[in-house]
Design a protein around this ligand. Structure first.
Ligand code: PLP
Length: 432
């Protein structure tokens, strides 16, 4: 979605119902919607679909009836599962089939890729990241710097944010200096929902001879990507958020075709040239595909939900999903502006207004965000809380309705107006 869109919304309930009636893209029937809940947390854990469930059931049956035979006789064969899921997902990220593989988990894939692409040399020793990234990325980048014998205090440089919400691409580019060996950034910021300009950042990094990779956990499945066209060097993302693969489902990684001859730095036998893997040679010969970055046997049971989950996304079409997502987040922000922006119930929007600059969720800011979130959950509305003051609300195009968005805002108004949140303790749960 590159064009700007003008919407004409209204605040009444009937209007929300009209939007649902006129909606060409609902796949809600394919999903199990938690009973009497309004589920707005699909950006943390997407819901289960019948299709995802069928994939798991089939693999369980294959294991039951085929035993070890499933590696070659499964449908698709487990031995090629990672590659076939990668090929299936490629359209979501604008890649060739051999550039994407379903493997490992997000942070593991970061390690596998950064260890390969971070090659400090000739005074270029720095990794440029940002201070708003998801913490696991920062922990992992620090440890990668240490493993290369460098000092993360000096060699990890974080692009700052002026307001704790957003990053400025110009600032990041200004920090792409001669000492930078690698840039590693998120696509969508997990808190504010800002979508970075991946194309621009990639061009600018390459002008300076710096490889660049992206953590797209918060965008794949809701925002289209064009990695090949943009020339991104590598990317990785989880599959349990907008891809609806289930808790801890197998993650993905992408390596640009220009780099497929590179030796993966964290070798393992599933990265071997496939036809020769079972020769059991002690010399490692890596596959010249994204599959070369696999380390271990694929987690078949954690991959199986993805087949069906991907079928739905492909059937809906990622461009259509994006169009509806933008309309839904615009509608949500409109309602918050109209109903909640004044007086005692002030709730601020901490997400970019421009469609091209935001991902799939909206950040609502309030100093009592944590307790408001708890109050909403008791009412059956499921958003999530991110410290210090953000309530994240994600309308999921495949299964959220406009009427649910309308009800979320009504509930929020009641909770805030009556200070219902004050009955909740100020301590936080282990998972929020
Ligand atoms: C969700 C998310 C992760 C999660 O990492 P795991 O290794 O899957 O636990 C990492 N990075 C970002 C940006 C995320 O949004």
């Amino acid at each position: 979605m590159r064009e700007e869109i003008e919407y004409q919304f209204r605040t009444d309930e009937e209007f929300a119902r009209t939007l649902d009636r006129d909606d060409p893209l609902s796949f809600r029937d394919h999903f199990f919607i938690p009973e009497s809940k309004i589920y707005m947390d699909g950006n943390s854990l997407g819901l289960q679909s019948r299709n995802a469930r069928q994939g798991v059931q089939r693999v369980l049956d294959e294991w039951k009836t085929l035993g070890i035979g499933g590696w070659l006789e499964g449908n698709p064969p487990w031995f090629y599962y990672a590659e076939s899921l990668g090929a299936k997902a490629r359209g979501l990220v604008g890649a060739l089939p051999e550039e994407v593989v379903a493997t490992g988990t997000t942070t593991i894939n970061l390690h596998a890729l950064v260890s390969t692409f971070y090659q400090p040399h000739h005074g270029r020793t720095t990794i440029l990241a940002d201070e708003l990234n998801f913490p696991t990325d920062i922990y992992a980048l620090r440890s990668q710097i240490r493993l290369k014998g460098h000092d993360p205090e000096r060699d990890l440089v974080l692009a700052p944010s002026d307001d704790g919400r957003y990053l400025d691409e110009q600032t990041i580019v200004g920090m792409m200096t001669d000492d930078v060996a690698l840039v590693c950034l998120p696509s969508v910021l997990y808190r504010s929902g800002q979508l970075l300009d991946i194309k621009y950042l990639t061009e600018e990094a390459h002008k300076r001879g710096i490889p660049i990779g992206f953590d797209c956990s918060h965008s794949v499945g809701v925002v289209p990507h064009y990695f090949d066209e943009w020339g991104v060097d590598f990317a990785f993302w989880c599959s349990y958020k907008y891809m609806n693969g289930g808790p801890g489902s197998t993650a993905f990684l992408y390596v640009n075709k220009a780099h497929l001859q590179k030796e993966p730095a964290l070798a393992g036998w599933f990265g071997y040239v496939k036809e020769k893997q079972f020769d059991m040679n002690l010399e490692f010969e890596h596959a010249q595909s994204a599959g070369g970055w696999q380390i271990s046997s694929p987690s078949i049971l954690s991959s199986a939900p993805l087949e069906g989950a991907l079928d739905i996304i492909l059937q809906a079409g990622i461009e259509n999903i994006r169009r509806k997502s933008l309309m839904m987040t615009s509608y949500l922000m409109y309602l918050v502006d109209e109903i909640l922006a004044d007086g005692p119930s002030t709730v601020r929007i901490g997400t970019p207004r421009e469609p091209a600059r935001r991902g799939g969720h909206v950040a609502l800011e309030h100093e009592e965000a944590m307790r408001i979130c708890e109050a909403l959950k008791v009412r059956g509305v499921i958003p999530d809380f991110r410290p210090p003051d953000v309530i994240r609300v994600a309308p999921i195009p495949l299964y959220t309705t406009y009427h649910e968005i309308w009800r979320v805002v009504q509930n929020l108004k009641e909770v805030v107006d009556t200070r219902e949140y004050e009955t909740f303790p100020p301590e936080r749960n282990a998972i929020s």
